[in-house]
Design a protein around this ligand. Structure first.
Ligand SMILES: [Zn+2]
Length: 418
């Protein structure tokens, strides 16, 4: 008996649910105001955990501080997951300079060009002692350096942090309690414009967290008990490449990473829709899973587009690299000038939340096949969309997915046995 479903997802029919955008905006703004550079994420995780519990979901926190919340399903196993990350790009102090300023390096990959001018918060080892400052190029005054301010180049070695204290040398920095290894957060300074744009640093991935919470809230508010149990995984080290390496049970069949989509010349991604990624630098996403999400958006009128990203990876990559046997997909809110002067639109965050809420109501991509980590070749469902051309004449009478072999093909096979 074959277990292969003819098409992905023959399960329950999902309904496009209303997303509470007032809630999503509140969570987003609150979260943007909590600094959470990779390595110093506990406060953000605490806040997100409290919001998840307020929705009525149970959660656990791992030793390292990653959150795993669960919305139970009707079926005992396996589960699915939506992954978002609480950490953001940031900086770390690498030297106390003789001029009383701080040399810093990047945490996560981002250009010093977009950090120039950023207001920052510097965290000392004393939890009650933080300082503010500004990232500046070494030649920061046109009145002093003339045209050299335009020719000095870009890079972390040629910027420094000016601390907002009366300090003029390295000893003065030490007296303030500043040390090599202190975390430096780029302040988000979020603004929501009357036209609905959200302009802020760190929309990556705080808009993803807000959208995911909005999706789970929509499902809970509607009283929907999903077929498949769903985890909300909040990772804490995505920006340095090892986000979703742990924290999920083994019995998770598929996972969507929710992260920023790249809005830039030559890209398809937009700030007014949900963007479904087909590929990033780690390769193509799961064929069936990605197309299931595209079909869901299409069938329910959720504005969407599909895109590919070159210099990009997400929690999906780290999960697969860690050996988790799951289908992965990536959906994103459009972000212009990502890891820089970021901007998205509330419509994009809403479309992401709507698609996630639809997804949570569906069955697994292949409800039967995806139940176990492995199964027999005869049951492998991929043939339904990727017909197998058999070169062995003895087997050529088997149907190729939806199409029977034609007489001409049979003659051809018999004329040229392999
Ligand atoms: Zn991200």
């Amino acid at each position: 008996m074959t277990r292969a479903a003819g098409r992905p997802d023959d399960g329950p029919v999902p309904v496009r649910l209303e997303v509470d955008m007032d809630y999503v905006q509140r969570v987003l703004l609150h979260l943007l105001r909590i600094p959470s550079p990779t390595g110093r994420t506990d406060e953000a995780v605490q806040y997100i955990g409290e919001e998840i519990r307020a929705l009525g979901m149970d959660l656990i926190v791992t030793r390292r501080g990653l959150l795993n919340a669960v919305l139970p399903g009707l079926r005992a196993r396996p589960d699915r997951a939506i992954a978002v990350h609480a950490d953001t790009i940031g900086c770390m102090v690498t030297r106390l300079k003789d001029n009383g300023r701080l040399e810093v390096t990047q945490v996560g990959t981002h250009s010093a060009r977009f950090a120039e001018g950023a207001r920052v918060t510097i965290f000392t080892d004393d939890a009650h002692r933080t300082y503010t400052g500004t990232v500046l190029p070494l030649k920061a005054s046109g009145h002093q350096y003339g045209d050299e301010v335009d020719t000095q180049g870009v890079g972390w070695p040629i910027v420094e942090v000016r601390v907002d204290e009366r300090v003029h040398d390295a000893d003065g920095l030490r007296e303030l309690g500043l040390q090599v290894g202190d975390h430096v957060a780029l302040d988000a300074n979020p603004v929501i414009t009357p036209s609905g744009f959200v302009v802020s640093r760190h929309l990556d991935d705080k808009a993803g967290v807000a959208a995911a919470l909005g999706a789970f809230k929509a499902v809970l508010d509607a009283g929907v008990v999903p077929m498949v149990g769903a985890h909300l995984l909040v990772t804490i080290a995505e920006e340095v490449g090892h986000g979703a390496t742990h924290g999920l049970d083994k019995d998770v069949a598929e996972m969507i990473a929710v992260d920023n989509a790249v809005v830039a010349p030559g890209q398809q991604s937009r700030e007014d829709c949900v963007n479904i990624a087909m590929l990033d630098m780690t390769g193509p996403f799961d064929y069936h899973f990605s197309r299931k999400l595209l079909a869901l958006a299409q069938d329910h009128g959720v504005p969407h587009t599909r895109d590919t990203y070159r210099h990009y990876r997400s929690d999906a990559a780290s999960a697969v690299e860690a050996g988790l046997e799951m289908r992965t997909a990536l959906v994103g809110f459009g972000v212009d000038s990502s890891h820089g002067h970021e901007r998205t639109h509330l419509e994009s965050v809403q479309a992401v939340a709507e698609l996630l809420a639809l997804y949570l109501q569906t069955d697994l991509t292949f409800p039967e096949w995806d139940r176990d980590e492995r199964g027999p070749l005869e049951d492998f469902p991929s043939r339904s969309v990727q017909p197998v051309v058999l070169h062995d004449p003895a087997r050529v009478h088997e149907p190729h997915g939806p199409h029977e072999a034609t007489d001409a093909q049979l003659d051809e096979a018999e004329a040229h046995p392999t």
